[in-house]
Design a binder for this molecule. Structure first.
Ligand code: ATP
Length: 517
């Protein structure tokens, strides 16, 4: 089906246009909650070129913010606050830690807050029912969690189609979805009969009457997952070589080819994963160069690199901790007991989403496989170990004697033969990863060595359709294994194909009226 891009897709990589003047001064006024002072928001965009993570920064629209979650300050520079606390944002110069002032009279009132814990007061983002960047399948999963009731609902914004909103409602049996249509003047409606100037008004209205919906909107969906702060703390955002004595290893989680991974604590409080690299497995200088870039790669479907200890060997890599470990083991342990096709498609879609972000950054993973995808709580899947393959010493390190450990079976033929690693060789590996997902972690090309598989591939052989794999899903795998790299799909295309896998134009969204339910 080629490399077609999603209809009306909006570019994910684009820098949002700055709608502000370079300097903005807020007027001074008083509300019941808070005194807003004359403040200076620096929204200047000059200076050195910003690294990728700065591109998606949220420019504050107004300076009065509300805390979405509680946060315990981790260093003296940071503020502690409770969900619902209001604050004035004083400085947004730093992309991920904003300087804020709380209106309370006791305790520390000024300090840094993680930008993803706050939202402008009265904005859609600050509403308890707003679940930004939540896909249809994820919305279903969330609403079907225990604790939600008939009438639990959420409104979500599409990650890829900015400005498109959908309402998902639990009717006691299943989750129903409705598209919110936008009016030219900024209002919203579900049926043309009832139009609203704001989403809040729409929610309030349907909270009192069904009027064609499957039920009234009674309670926002429970928010179980609290997002991670963007860094270990404000101080490690830019200085991320940390003292190894600040780490405590608690439990060994696993062993890779290049070292061990431990569950641990940073500063005795913050859970982290600590990867210890075998002495001599890489040149620390090369690693630091790569890590510099990796640190700036930020996406909900990528494991966040927090910090490193490179001053002495063994080098440590500190990342976010994922509760359920590697996807490979997770799939093998389940082996079809509770994981079925919808969930498997969702896993693949989440990985494609992380990879689509890497694609926008022209960053090549080089070792995409189920062993390098990690599983968190609430069925969250994240891509790990991106870029690491390049810094391990010895280009042939993967071609070790033990064939089961070779990633040859994941590597595109042109990458093996000509060392030509590109985003398209990552796409090839993604096809193999899809095979691992549908087969619950089976080894690709069973009975063949990596070299034998490669020879067969060159004669046009491809992994046959696994027994339980739906035909459409297998079609996508075959596209990833196109002999011509340029004809393989982009990750952006893969992402939407997988996200929309169960949707058809006619059946996916309900119309709200008294006849159609
Ligand atoms: P290879 O070295 O061939 O890439 P691998 O990816 O399994 O193999 P590691 O990345 O060293 O090797 O990871 C070893 C194991 O540690 C993983 O399989 C996983 O179970 C666990 N692990 C790694 N990183 C984390 C993490 N951030 N959170 C939780 N568990 C992790």
């Amino acid at each position: 089906m080629g490399n077609c891009c999603r209809k009306n897709c909006s570019c994910l990589s684009g820098v949002l246009p700055c709608v502000f003047n370079n300097e903005k001064r807020a007027t001074s006024y008083t509300t019941n909650d808070i005194v807003i002072q004359n403040i200076h928001i620096n929204t200047q965009h000059d200076g050195p070129q910003l690294p990728p993570r700065f591109e998606n920064r949220r420019e504050p629209q107004i300076n009065t913010y509300v805390a979405l979650y509680s946060y315990e300050g981790r260093t003296p520079d940071e503020l502690s606050f409770k969900a619902g606390d209001k604050m004035v944002i004083l400085d947004t110069t730093h992309a991920s830690w904003w300087k804020a002032k709380l209106s309370r009279t006791r305790g520390k009132t000024e300090g840094y807050v993680p930008f993803n814990y706050v939202a402008p007061v009265s904005s859609i983002e600050s509403m308890p029912w707003f679940f930004k960047d939540t896909k249809r399948t994820a919305a279903e999963r969330l609403l079907l969690q225990p604790g939600n009731i008939t009438g639990s609902f959420l409104i979500r914004e599409s990650e890829s189609q900015k400005g498109e909103y959908s309402l998902s409602v639990f009717d006691g049996i299943a989750v129903k979805h409705y598209r919110l249509r936008k009016l030219d003047d900024g209002g919203f409606y579900i049926t043309a009969k009832s139009k609203f100037i704001s989403m809040n008004e729409l929610v309030e209205y349907y909270g009192k009457r069904e009027e064609g919906l499957c039920c009234k909107l009674l309670k926002p969906c429970l928010k179980t997952a609290i997002p991670l702060p963007p860094d270990l703390c404000y101080n490690t955002a830019d200085h991320w070589e940390i003292d190894r004595n600040s780490l405590k290893c608690l439990k060994k989680l696993g062993q890779g080819q290049f070292g061990e991974v431990w569950e641990g604590l940073w500063n005795n409080t913050i859970p982290v994963a600590i990867k210890t690299l075998k002495t001599g497995s890489m040149n620390p200088q090369d690693f630091l160069r790569e890590a510099q870039f990796m640190k700036n790669l930020r996406h909900p479907k990528l494991i966040q690199l927090y910090a490193v200890c490179t001053l002495e060997e063994p080098v440590y890599i500190i990342t976010e901790l994922m509760k359920h470990g590697s996807l490979h083991t997770y799939l093998q342990n389940d082996n079809g007991t509770s994981i079925h096709i919808p969930h498997q498609v969702d896993m693949a879609a989440q990985v494609a989403s992380g990879m689509a972000y890497l694609e926008t950054q022209s960053f090549i993973h080089r070792d995409l496989a189920a062993r390098n995808v990690l599983v968190g709580e609430n069925s969250v899947y994240k891509v790990a170990d991106f870029g690491l393959a390049r810094v391990f010493t010895g280009d042939d390190v993967y071609e070790a004697k033990n064939d089961t450990k070779l990633p040859l079976k994941w590597t595109a033929p042109e990458a093996v033969k000509y060392n030509k690693f590109t985003v398209k060789s990552d796409v090839w590996a993604f096809g193999i990863l899809m095979f691992e997902i549908v087969t619950y972690g089976k080894m690709p090309y069973p009975g063949l060595t990596g070299r034998q598989a490669l020879d067969k591939l060159e004669q046009g052989y491809r992994i046959p359709k696994p027994f339980t794999c739906p035909h459409d899903l297998y079609e996508i795998m075959l596209q990833c294994w196109n002999a011509k790299p340029e004809e393989r799909p982009t990750f952006e295309t893969l992402q939407w194909k997988l996200e929309d896998y169960f949707e058809t134009e006619a059946s996916s969204y309900l119309e709200a009226n008294s006849f159609v339910r």
